[in-house]
Design a protein around this ligand. Structure first.
Ligand code: NAD
Length: 500
């Protein structure tokens, strides 16, 4: 099945000789086979990479932003050219289905387009001054090299959200991808190098990749030459990394775990709802930060919707993610399978009724971890339901009163994505209001997963509070200067202070 792997690497510019001989083993979750043995980096390499990024910064910050945008435009062009191969490598390395692998690369292309436009729109405000003959304004300047740490489940798109914005903002990027998905990162680097080679004015080392585990992430977190560390991963990781960065007065941008809910009201369009639930709960084998994990069903639709869901779950095609007919690929590894099985056992102990969730043996791939997505009817929001288990488990709970459902919905430590299905404008508005969902992403008649790049992405509470991608997320990658300009012949002081 990996007959194509060598081909894919060749087209992406990954030299086969560089993929062997090291101690960092990379496996495909599709069949558990070994893909590569990479030489890992160490802490000294991190220091060197940061020094190079700093040197690049001194040059890059002086390049006008629209010219910086030109490099990102070329990168977007290269990505268009390499979309099929990179999408395939995403699937081979992370196990998501091929449509989603390609979708991730499309997301990279989209954020490049967005960043190119943004490169001419790094606006500051002009503010009314209280002093005569004065002007007050804001300027936005490049911040410095940025450390980007990413998770296995979005091995390329999340990096691109960061990198495309950082580059137009004037910041080089040092990237520490997940230890489980370094090949896609190396491929992105090779693609970026092609864009770089076509662009005359860019310094070297605007993008660097470090191969290794958490110790490299910690080294980035501790390095005072990196004013911003953008980190995507579990709440556990953020709890370690956030204070570490702040201790040296660096800026952490955290995109952490989610425990995303959906409320289905009595008036909901059930055809729409079933499809949305299926994609957001079972898609990507439940391994999206925005995957639907908690479903609150109104009494009046509980039985019908649950029946339809179970019927749909039985038909889900689980299998090799490279096959176009597959909807659910494998879990990332045996650890993920163990955590899923442990959660299902606990669910039963906490009064849950489990439907599905069993291991699926896919012919020829006995070492891989395929599962049928699970639906679990729960008597209430128990301790287990309040945790994120990174697997396709959907906890279903019953409600009668919307205000009470919203209270339960918000009663979890995480605050990433949420949604309501209703055709009642009052219910929809309440859910989006200050008394509604407390998440960073609040949707109506659309599932919690599958965000567009144009909006700011991120969440509250233990999800970390960061915002990435669209809207004004670019501001995190720049420093703001407030400028006061006196064009008068006097020196009036603010607050009317007299000083002579
Ligand atoms: P993880 O936390 O195990 O690892 C994420 C990254 O952090 C890896 O590169 C890892 O090497 C690094 N890391 C781990 N501990 C670290 C530490 N103490 N200091 C510095 N770096 C450290 O997460 P994962 O298993 O790769 O991904 C799944 C998790 O990521 C889920 O919780 C999911 O919800 C979350 N996630 C969040 C978002 C988001 O945008 N909010 C997106 C994708 C994934």
């Amino acid at each position: 099945m990996h007959l194509n792997f060598a081909d894919v690497c060749f087209h992406l510019g990954l030299d086969p000789a560089s993929l062997t001989g090291g101690s960092h083993v990379v496996r495909s979750p599709i069949d558990g086979s070994e893909l590569a043995r990479l030489p890992p980096h160490d802490r000294a390499d991190v220091g060197e990479a940061v020094a190079k990024a700093q040197a690049a910064f001194l040059e890059w910050r002086g390049v006008p932003p629209p010219k910086r945008g030109e490099l990102v435009r070329l990168f977007g062009e290269e990505l268009r050219h390499h979309k099929q191969h990179l999408g395939r490598l995403v699937t081979i390395e992370s196990g998501k289905i091929i449509q989603e692998g390609l979708g991730e690369v499309q997301e990279m292309i989209d954020i490049c387009d967005f960043a190119v436009g943004l490169s001419r729109q790094l606006y500051g405000l002009t503010i009314a001054s209280e002093r005569p003959g004065h002007r007050l304004m804001e300027s936005w300047h490049p911040l410095g090299p940025v450390g980007v740490i990413t998770a296995f489940n979005f091995p390329v798109a999340v990096w691109a959200w960061n990198a495309a914005l950082a580059l137009v903002c004037g910041d080089p990027v040092v990237w520490k991808p997940s230890e489980k998905t370094p090949l896609t990162a190396l491929a992105c680097w090779a693609i970026f190098e092609r864009a770089w080679a076509r662009y005359a004015e860019a310094p070297r080392d605007l993008v660097q990749v470090l191969v290794g585990g958490r110790e490299l992430g910690e080294a980035l977190a501790d390095d005072p030459r990196l004013p911003l560390i953008s980190a995507t991963g579990s709440c556990r990781m953020g709890r370690d990394l956030g204070p570490r960065v702040q201790r040296r007065f660096g800026r952490p941008l955290l995109e952490l775990g989610g425990n995303n809910g959906m409320i289905v009201c009595a008036s909901a369009d059930l055809d729409l709802t079933v499809r949305a639930i299926l994609f957001s709960a079972a898609g990507t084998a439940g391994q999206r930060c925005t995957s639907l994990r908690r479903l609150f069903l109104h009494d009046q639709v509980y039985d019908e919707l649950l029946g339809r869901l179970k019927a749909a779950y039985e038909r889900i095609a689980v299998g090799n993610p490279l096959d176009p007919g597959t909807l659910v690929g494998p879990l990332i590894d045996a650890g993920a399978l163990e955590r899923m099985q442990g959660a299902l056992e606990r669910a039963v102990a906490e009064g849950g009724r489990v439907f599905g969730g069993e291991r699926v043996v896919v012919e020829g791939h006995v070492d891989a971890c395929y599962v049928r997505p699970a639906i679990v009817e729960m008597p209430g929001q128990t301790a287990l339901v309040r945790e994120e288990t990174f697997a396709p488990i959907l906890y279903v709970m019953r409600y009668g009163d919307l205000a009470e459902a919203i209270r339960h919905h918000n009663d979890v430590p995480q605050g990433l994505a949420s949604s309501i299905f209703t055709t009642d404008v009052r219910e929809a508005e309440l859910f989006m209001s200050a008394e509604g969902s407390d998440c960073g992403i609040v949707n109506v008649n659309a599932g919690p997963s599958g965000a567009e790049i144009g909006g700011a992405f991120g969440g509250e509470k233990e999800t970390g509070g960061g915002r990435e991608s669209g809207s004004d997320a670019w501001k995190a990658y720049m420093r703001r200067a407030t400028n006061t300009i006196n064009y008068s012949r006097e020196l009036p002081l603010a607050q009317g202070i007299e000083f002579d």
